[in-house]
Structure formats: structure tokens, C-alpha cells
Design a protein around this ligand. Sequence first.
Ligand SMILES: Cc1cc2nc3c(=O)[nH]c(=O)nc-3n(C[C@H](O)[C@H](O)[C@H](O)COP(=O)(O)OP(=O)(O)OC[C@H]3O[C@@H](n4cnc5c(N)ncnc54)[C@H](O)[C@@H]3O)c2cc1C
Length: 335
Amino acid sequence: RGSNKETYHIEIGADDIEYLPGDSLGVIPENPAEVVDPIVALLGIDKNETFTFRNEEVTAHDLLKKKLNIFYLPERVVSKYSALIGQEIPATRIGLHELLRIYPLNSNNQFKDLIGILEPISPRLYSISSSPEAHSGEVHITVARDKFHINEEWKFGLCSDFLSQLAVDNSIEFYIHKNSQFRLPSDEKDVIMIGPGTGVAPFRSFLAQRDAVGAGGRNWLFFGDQHFVTDFLYQTELQNWVETGVLTKLNVAFSRDQKEKVYVQHKMLKHGKELYEWLLNGASLYVCGAKDPMSVDVEDTLMQIVQKFGEKTIEEAVQFVEQLKDESRYLKDVY
Ligand SMILES: Cc1cc2nc3c(=O)[nH]c(=O)nc-3n(C[C@H](O)[C@H](O)[C@H](O)COP(=O)(O)OP(=O)(O)OC[C@H]3O[C@@H](n4cnc5c(N)ncnc54)[C@H](O)[C@@H]3O)c2cc1C
């Protein structure tokens, strides 16, 4: 409450589900009724009529609700639509409802052809924030509702909006997206985790897993967000892990709590000597969250730390970081 962002912790009950910390959940979102229903009305089709879609019999309503992407159509789809109705349409990205309103089908018999040119809804990935050892029969995700401004109107991303509107007992379609490139090392090894914002998700999974199995390696987390009071995701759990010793070190950066912006990379640099010592001692370094600029700034800072505290030239620092990558000790899951 009071945050500039909306972030949701979502727990999904799922028996017999198999995953490992580091995996993601692929979610297939549904289109909202307030967009689907006007399209059905505009097309004047029978929503219960069935059509074959990818070898499956699906009603017109379910096609528009659960199968077809009707938001922000790619230019290639708009161009195929233009050919279908035999009318010039400028190259643009547009929602299906608006497209049909401005450039109607010649007859509602063309609905079948329309199905043929629309693309399926793409799944979206979310880092799993639960641990199979600690949260048996459940899988958790940490979702930031994507909000953006178009033509003076606030809009929401399809999947994060869909997930944010779920009620208890709703069901969703999902699958496990394995990520063998983002795994915990053996139990006795140390880990350094850099996960601002929703980037903390896989590290909650890592920590819960290491806690549950009693892993002996040390754990160090850098977390960051805008404000301490409103944006400290999983604050209580993280502080409990500090108290119980599961989290050896927790460094936080709240960028907007003071005049100067402070980010995770500033905290890394502040603790650079110790961070370098952990790396020399065999620790693995993990980064999760925004690809740009966060993971780029983190990598630049890592280079600076290796140069400064390892007394290395730029070339030697690059080589050091390359070696970490070769040994699978510098792993990123960024988006
Ligand atoms: C490996 C991986 C892990 C991830 N983990 C997480 C995680 O743990 N938590 C998390 O919150 N996210 C995570 N993500 C991001 C997530 O997968 C989605 O990309 C994110 O939720 C946005 O999806 P969406 O469907 O809500 O938005 P979309 O509908 O896909 O929109 C995305 C963007 O497209 C543009 N756009 C969409 N519609 C329009 C329009 N009508 N007009 C103009 N522009 C438009 C906007 O720029 C918008 O921000 C992860 C991604 C990857 C690849």
C-alpha cells in the first residue's frame, strides 16, 4: 500500500508439480471479458459456435478469451488483415477491437479467416519464488503489474494484469520452464544474490530451499527498490532469515528514500572488498531482475570491484569475470 508499484505475491496450489529453485513458471494469460465481449458483439457472431483451432474444438468465445492474442497486434497480423478485407491499412500495432471498429470485416463469415491470421497468446515467464522443499504442493510467483501510459491513458500488461485480478480458487494454465543455467551450487558453497524489485523472487526460493535442507554455505543478498516502507518485498521473511543465520548478510538500497539515488550496485561497491573475498573463496554470484540498466550497472560494478580489490588491470578483471562465467559462478536471469 502507498507504493508507486503494484506487486503481487501469488501462491498456486499444484500437487505433483516438479521444479527446482531457479526455474520459472510459464503462464498463459486470458484476455479480459471487457475486451472480449465487445469484440463478440461487434462481430455479431454466435459465441458458442465451435471452430477447430490447432486440432482442438473451441467455441468462438473461448478462442477470443483463452487462445488468440487480441491485444497490440503485431504489424504482420495487421498487414494480413488488410489483405483479408482488401483495404489499405497503414503499418501499425493496434488492438483487435479497434482494428475491427475502424476497418470492419466484409461479413461475419470472415471470422474463420480472421482466426487463421491471429496468433496464439504468448506465455509469460515468472521466476518461481517458492522452494519445492519448503512449500510442498505449491508454487509461488512475485508479479509486478505492468502499467504504462499511452495517449494519456493508463494501460496494463496482459499477463501481469490477469494475474493481479485473480481471486482465491481461480485456476490458471501454466507450465514449468526449466532453467538449468540458474541453479544453486552444492550446499557447502557460498552464494551472493543481487535481486532488486521482483528480481528477489528466485532468491526467496534459494533461501527457503537452503533453509529447508540445512545447507551450510553462506548466503548474501542485495535487495533494492524505491522505498523502505512500501517496497521492501518479503521483508519479514528476509529479516527472519537474518536472525536465524540463513542469510549471512542482507544489504538493501532504497533509491528514493534520500536525495541521492542509491541502487544495489552502490551497496556492492561499498562492500566490494568483502564481496571480492567471497568470490576468491569460491562463492557464486547471481543476478536477477531488470536487464537494462540494472544488470549492466551491476556488471560494470563487478568489474570495478575486481579491479580495485584484486589490484587488476581492466584486461585482468575481464578475464576474472570470464572465468567466473566459465565456472558457472556468475549467473544471470534478467528480463
Ligand atoms: C526469465 C524471465 C523471468 C521473469 N520473471 C518475472 C518475475 O519474477 N516477476 C515479474 O513481474 N516479471 C517477470 N518477468 C517479466 C514477465 O515475463 C512479463 O514480461 C511482464 O509481466 C510483462 O508482461 P505483461 O503480459 O503484463 O505485459 P505485455 O502485455 O506483454 O506488455 C509488455 C510491454 O509491451 C508494451 N505494450 C503492451 N501493450 C501495449 C499497447 N497497447 N500499446 C503500447 N505498448 C504496449 C508495453 O511497453 C508493455 O510494458 C520475467 C521475464 C523473464 C523473461
